[in-house]
Write a protein that binds this ligand. Structure first.
Ligand SMILES: Cc1cc2nc3c(=O)[nH]c(=O)nc-3n(C[C@H](O)[C@H](O)[C@H](O)COP(=O)(O)OP(=O)(O)OC[C@H]3O[C@@H](n4cnc5c(N)ncnc54)[C@H](O)[C@@H]3O)c2cc1C
Length: 431
């Protein structure tokens, strides 16, 4: 089950026509809708399940510049500014706290990685700095030590996934957006060589532009239209503790665990170095593109062969607009929790900060991430389908950049000056 989000009252039906249809009611689609509604553009968000039912309610809530690709930093920095103003913008709490993020290193090789990143991004003028073991004891007291050092970015932060999407959705609704849940989009209708509408399970909605923010489903949606978006799924498992005393407000990431304070007084914990890669048909079709990533990360990835492949093969890759689509068959992707990874995370964390020995697990969940071969998202027009803008493939770090990404998608769709240079996010970089 996904963690609960603050409820939002959405519409039962959609209009027959609008200016922009956003396909997918995750945090990216909702941010795009908010940006459009604020500009007075008529916009309809169509969500096959529940808003934020997939990745956007299941993530850790980290909002970071640290560790990002240098090409991704302008979007992260623009998004940070937008998060800072979000409470006021949406008229509600999104749980944003600029409490800092700290990565810990157990080995010299990890420190070398942090040093290399810091050198690569020096031009961005970030407040990130390398720490020694004593700095770590001072910032996060009560630990058993053993760190060779770390890297700390005080201006990084976090927000609450359980609050953020709902608050953004409510603000978009207040500005005139329409949001319809349980309404899957099966395909696009084209006229005079460009998008003229979307075909949903409840009929057609005419529109001048469509934004596809379908998370891990965007690849399948586009595949049916003859466009290849390379993404593969990875599954991460997460634990939430009951409210408890903890060592720090800083979000801390070690090689084999991470934790961050929640606004409800608990902690969100994960095995930071552990993902499950379900073996699906796309693993065979696209796997070769991920070899460099796999070589660097092979220790972190556990291949899973079994039900995921059967479930995947049972879902159609080609369908007609009049027939049931994969999006109605899976309203909400709810992958199995890897209990072993969650147990490992809790064990490793308690060994490093013994205060967590008494942590009471209140909830666990898993989420499926859409990963591109270079770990950067695609926020881009789709040349083969004029009128369609794609915003997907956020590769496990799109919650933090969602405000900028949604706005960028809105800018590109409407032909306005983009919030940041969109070139790192072009779809055609893969062709
Ligand atoms: C366990 C976990 C931890 C993470 N931690 C972090 C973190 O700390 N920081 C960070 O920045 N990021 C993190 N992420 C990544 C982050 O959650 C995602 O990058 C972000 O939520 C992506 O948002 P989205 O709107 O693109 O996708 P989603 O939230 O997946 O939304 C896509 C939506 O589109 C809908 N949809 C798809 N196809 C259709 C269709 N045809 N018709 C109608 N609706 C459709 C889906 O139902 C879904 O609701 C994490 C992810 C996970 C799973």
């Amino acid at each position: 089950m996904a963690p609960a989000i603050t409820p939002v009252t959405t519409s039962d039906s959609a209009p027959q026509a609008t200016t922009v249809v956003v396909i997918g009611g995750g945090i990216v689609g909702l941010m795009a809708a908010l940006a459009l509604a604020e500009r007075g553009v008529p916009v309809v968000v169509l969500e096959k399940g529940r808003i934020a039912g997939e990745q956007s309610s299941r993530n850790l809530g980290w909002i970071r510049k640290m560790g990002r690709d240098v090409d991704d930093l302008p979007l992260a920095m623009a998004s940070e500014r937008l998060w800072q103003a979000m409470h006021e913008r949406v008229g509600g709490d999104v749980g944003y706290r600029q409490a800092g993020i700290l990565y810990l290193a157990r080995a010299e090789a990890e420190m070398a990685g942090h040093r290399a990143w810091l050198d690569a991004v020096r031009v961005a003028g970030l407040d990130s700095r390398l720490l020694g073991p004593m700095d770590i004891d001072r910032l996060v007291p009560g630990g058993t030590g053993g760190w060779v050092g770390g890297i700390h970015t005080p201006s990084d932060g976090r927000a609450e996934p359980s609050l953020a999407s709902s608050a953004v959705a409510r603000a978009a609704l207040a500005k005139g957006a329409i949001i319809v849940e349980k309404c899957a989009v099966r395909g696009l209708s084209m006229a005079a060589g460009r998008v003229d509408g979307v075909v949903t399970e409840r009929g057609e909605i005419r529109c001048r532009h469509a934004i596809l923010a379908g998370g891990l489903w965007s690849r399948r949606f586009l595949g049916n239209l003859g466009v290849s978006l390379p993404t593969l799924p990875l599954v991460a498992s997460v634990v939430r503790t009951a409210p408890m005393e903890g060592p720090t407000d800083i979000a801390v990431g070690a090689p084999d665990f991470s934790f961050r304070k929640r606004t409800d007084g608990g902690y969100t914990i994960t095995q930071r170095g552990g993902f499950v890669a379900p073996l699906v048909l796309d693993s065979l079709l696209l796997g070769h593109r991920y070899l460099p990533m796999l070589r660097a990360q092979w220790k972190n990835v556990r291949l899973s062969l079994g039900r995921a492949l059967l479930d995947d093969l049972a879902l159609p890759r080609r369908w007609r607009d009049g027939a049931l689509s994969p999006f109605e068959r899976v309203r909400t992707m709810d992958p199995p929790i890897h209990q072993g990874l969650n147990d490992e995370a809790l064990r490793n964390l308690a060994a490093a900060w013994p205060i967590f020995e008494g942590a009471a697990v209140a909830e666990s969940w898993a989420g499926m991430i859409d990963v591109t071969p270079d770990s950067l998202p695609v926020i881009s027009p789709v040349a083969k389908l004029p009128g369609l803008t794609l915003a997907s493939g956020f590769s496990g770090h799109g919650f933090g950049t969602a405000p900028g990404a949604g706005q960028l998608a809105a800018d590109l769709a409407m032909g306005e000056v983009p919030i940041v240079d969109p070139s790192p996010y072009r779809l055609d970089r893969f062709t």
